[in-house]
Design a protein around this ligand. Structure first.
Ligand code: HSE
Length: 437
């Protein structure tokens, strides 16, 4: 069979990594795909820049639109990132009847509904395995491997930078700012690192996972997103004393009245496997009704891991070239006309347990007052911890773990605790998920 002709847009870390994998594993990939995959054109902002990958035989251009219009190209690989011009490039490629492989999570999370509708219309495939959790084949697993299941919930450590920061804080007692600088120097962080530490990158990825898990349209604007910038070494240490680790988690759960979709720091029991996913590694825990809990672990970023997913998508696309477009795996796992309008719940309706750190004056009756307020809101205390005050200080931290409550209930209680005369500082609250399977 004739080789399949590819155009690669973007020759950064992932673009160069993709060319390396295609070249280094050429024979193995061809044996699997049944055809040669040949990169004939690539675009980069600076085509003269020296690169480690072999560019021989590849026509270079500074204009990625040359690639989407090139009549010889069958599949375009979008590795530029960001929303613009990536969205226009992908839509134009589809318009020209080309299949698309992309690693772009923001693009899929925010424009995926439009892109998939256009692809459906033109009978082309848009593949995006590399957009979530780098080298972990989580899209494939959710969309195909778990297709027999009702997915009940999923929880993911889906931002390597955030996980690296929290791990270093816990293991080495290093400050947030210091570790963030190192993550940037090591190249883990997004171009704008606020995307990592404020949870936006994780929210992009969670949007995609949630749609595929529950068969709803992509709804990035409905993800509750909270970052990790307020996590202190004190809370990391208190969590550890209580038998928990703090992780930045993307969490989605289907309830009869709607879907919870939230990204926030989370206490997880340290005995759970996912609580032990450290450094830049990613993991996604998926609970299906038939299979039970399944855990997917691996590198969430970097040239080799991301290229591994990009090339897997390329092989999938090549295999589908000869299949009936009506019988391909649907982009969002469910047939487009079978997506549901099950609503995404507002954060006030979400239900979770909490870790509370309440700084108070060390006076008789303070804990009784806090307990009374929680009891009035029907919030059950799971455990409580209070240390002796530091010498010379009259202030102590009261640490409470609650049983699951709605955000609304908790906010009522916190407003009342906030007006206690003995309160000596801001109340810290961090959500807690038992991840019981
Ligand atoms: N900045 C991302 C991370 C890169 O740290 O996980 C991979 O999406």
């Amino acid at each position: 069979m004739k080789p399949v002709k590819i155009g690669v847009m973007g020759l950064g870390t992932v673009g160069a990594g993709t060319l390396d994998v295609l070249q280094n594993n050429r024979i193995e990939i061809c044996r699997r795909a049944g055809r040669e995959i040949q990169v004939i054109q690539a675009s980069a902002r600076d085509i003269k820049k020296p690169r480690s990958c072999d560019l021989s035989g590849i026509q270079l251009t500074t204009d990625p639109f040359d690639i989407v219009r090139n009549p010889d190209i069958d599949v375009v690989v979008e590795l530029i990132g960001g929303e613009s011009p990536a969205c226009d490039l992908v839509l134009q490629a589809i318009e020209h009847g080309k299949h698309v492989v992309t690693a772009n999570k923001a693009l899929i999370a925010k424009h995926g509904n439009q892109i998939f509708a256009a692809a459906q219309d033109k009978k082309v495939v848009v593949a995006f395995e590399a957009a979530v959790a780098g080298g972990i084949p989580i899209i494939k697993a959710l969309r195909e491997g778990l297709t027999a299941n009702h997915i009940e919930w999923l929880a993911g450590i889906i931002n390597g930078t955030g996980n690296f920061i929290l791990t270093e804080m816990r293991d080495k007692n290093r400050s947030f700012e210091e570790v963030l600088k190192e993550a940037q120097a090591l190249g883990y962080a997004e171009a704008d690192p606020t995307f990592d530490i404020e949870g936006i990158d994780a929210a992009h990825k969670l949007t995609i996972l949630t749609s595929i898990a529950f068969g709803i349209p992509l709804q990035f604007d409905k993800v509750y997103t909270e970052g990790i910038t307020h996590i202190t070494l004190e809370d990391v240490a208190y969590a550890e004393q209580l038998g928990y680790r703090i992780k930045h988690i993307g969490f989605a759960r289907k309830r009869s009245d709607g879907i919870e979709m939230r990204v926030h720091p989370t206490l997880i029991p340290e005995k759970r496997l996912i609580a032990n996913v450290d450094g830049v590694m990613n993991a996604v825990l998926v609970k299906g009704d038939a299979v039970g809990p399944t855990l997917y672990y691996g590198p969430g970023a970097g040239a080799g891991p991301t290229a591994s997913s990009v090339v897997a998508d390329l092989v999938d696309v090549v295999r589908t070239l000869t299949t009936d477009p009506e019988n391909r795996v649907p982009h969002l796992a469910f047939q487009p006309d079978a997506l549901s309008d099950h609503p995404v719940l507002p954060i006030e309706a979400c239900q979770t347990a909490y870790y509370l750190r309440i700084p108070v004056q060390d006076e008789a009756g303070v804990i009784a007052s806090i307990s009374r307020i929680l009891a009035e809101q029907k919030i059950n205390i799971e455990s409580i911890l209070q240390k002796e005050p530091e010498p010379g200080s009259n202030q102590v931290d009261v640490i409470l773990l609650t049983q699951p409550v709605t955000e609304k209930q908790l906010l009522h209680a916190l407003a009342q605790i906030g007006s206690l005369p003995q309160l000596a500082g801001d109340i810290i609250r961090i959500r807690l998920e038992g991840m019981n399977a």
